[in-house]
Design a binder for this molecule. Structure first.
Ligand code: UDP
Length: 373
């Protein structure tokens, strides 16, 4: 089987540090190729993932142009997607397109004709608030959809749900052999890992840290800014995450109780998470797939968070972490999580969240799509 894997124009694959979709593609492709799937990657020129062929229009990632949710307006997505369609037409041996680009990208692919291969489009974020992005999408009889959690699929716009072939939980290479590693030594800090944005609730974690007296480390970019120095150099910005950080999070960042490190990269990122007593997820949105959750479990760190989105599917309450609907309960649950056995989280990750498990599941979905087409 030959698949065109479309990772979009935002960041190289693998990304340097932050990168949700690009991390997933980098995790999925190697085990897929081990299963005999040939992969043509559509990404940016600076991608270094080993594949059978790379196609791109942009030499470098266009992350700074990203304007969610209407990222199509600036023309980056259409230019990239047209290159994908062209690549498909020039390579008649491609059996299927696995697309990871939201909304406008999907519409472009739905325009593929009868003689083109079918498309599996993976939903990566929370779309229920933006049904207009998909309008009356009918897939053109060529596009099928999968989610990254059952919860995400259940709340997707109706137009998409009609074409859904299932969901596949996210995976991490850290889960491979996690059950054979020694559980890590724990420090006293709690980590919130991810983009600094209202849905991830960094302000909630920072407020609770001061009120209840525990140490929180925030790791992740603020909009396109990857370090406190980068952000400090910007006087005005219309990026909503910059405004969120400056108004709601920054006032709590005192360098002691609450620190913001900017983007952290492996291996430092993994040491930070493994040595944490918990990863905190004070969510306000329905986290669609939560790579940070499966990474934490693989590293032997329990996850404590708000029971929204994919969290109840990934975290086994009382065994690999604790979930609640009430943010004021989070400090007590952080205490309780310190008593959980990290080996349980590592075993869970090694069973459910390895790249091989994810690749086998995607291969199943590819076969379903090919049979339907
Ligand atoms: N990440 C990272 N460094 C950071 C913040 C995040 O490497 O400072 C990684 C994180 O480990 C995860 C990905 O970026 O692999 C974010 O994906 P996730 O699904 O957790 O969140 P998203 O940003 O896609 O909503």
């Amino acid at each position: 089987m030959k698949v065109l894997m479309n990772a979009g124009p935002w960041l190289p694959v693998p990304p340097d540090g932050y990168g949700g979709i690009e991390n997933i593609v980098a995790t999925l492709v190697p085990p897929l190729r081990e299963l005999g799937v040939e992969v043509v990657l559509a990404s940016v020129g600076s991608s270094t993932l080993e594949v059978d062929e790379l196609v791109s229009v942009f030499p470098e990632g266009q992350f700074r142009q990203l304007q969610r949710p209407y990222n199509q307006v600036n023309g980056v997505v259409p230019a990239h997607q047209h290159a994908v369609v062209r690549a498909v037409r020039e390579r008649p041996d491609i059996d299927l397109v696995h697309d990871h680009v939201e909304a406008a990208g999907l519409a472009t692919l739905a325009a593929l004709g009868r003689d083109d291969p079918p498309v599996l489009h993976t939903l990566h974020w929370d779309l229920h608030k933006h049904p207009e992005l998909y309008g009356t999408f009918d897939g053109g009889g060529r596009v099928w959809v999968n989610g990254v959690s059952a919860d995400q699929v259940s709340r997707a716009p109706e137009a998409l749900r009609a074409h859904t072939v299932g969901h596949v939980h996210l995976a991490t290479p850290l889960a491979e052999g996690a059950d054979r590693r020694r559980p890590p030594d724990k420090g006293g800090h709690v980590v919130i890992l991810g983009r600094v944005t209202p849905g991830k609730g960094q302000d909630v974690g920072a407020r609770l840290a001061h009120r209840y007296g525990f140490d929180v480390v925030l790791a992740g970019p603020v909009g396109p800014y990857h370090s406190p120095e980068d952000l400090a150099a910007v006087s005005t910005s219309d990026n909503p995450d910059v405004a969120y950080y400056r108004e709601k999070v920054g006032p709590y960042v005192d360098g002691e109780r609450v620190r913001w490190l900017g983007t952290v990269r492996p291996p430092g990122r993994d040491d930070l998470v493994a040595s944490a007593r918990a990863v905190l997820a004070p969510l306000r949105w329905s986290e669609p797939g939560g790579t940070f959750v499966v990474e934490a479990l693989a590293l032997g760190t329990p996850v404590v968070g708000i029971s929204l989105g994919c969290l109840p599917e990934l975290v086994d309450h009382g065994r690999t972490g604790f979930l609640t609907a009430d943010e004021e309960e989070l400090p007590d649950l952080l205490e309780a999580a310190a008593k959980l056995d990290p080996a349980e989280s590592m075993r869970e990750a090694a069973t459910r969240f390895t790249p091989a498990v994810m690749a086998a599941r995607y291969l199943e979905l590819y076969r379903t799509v090919l049979a339907s087409a």
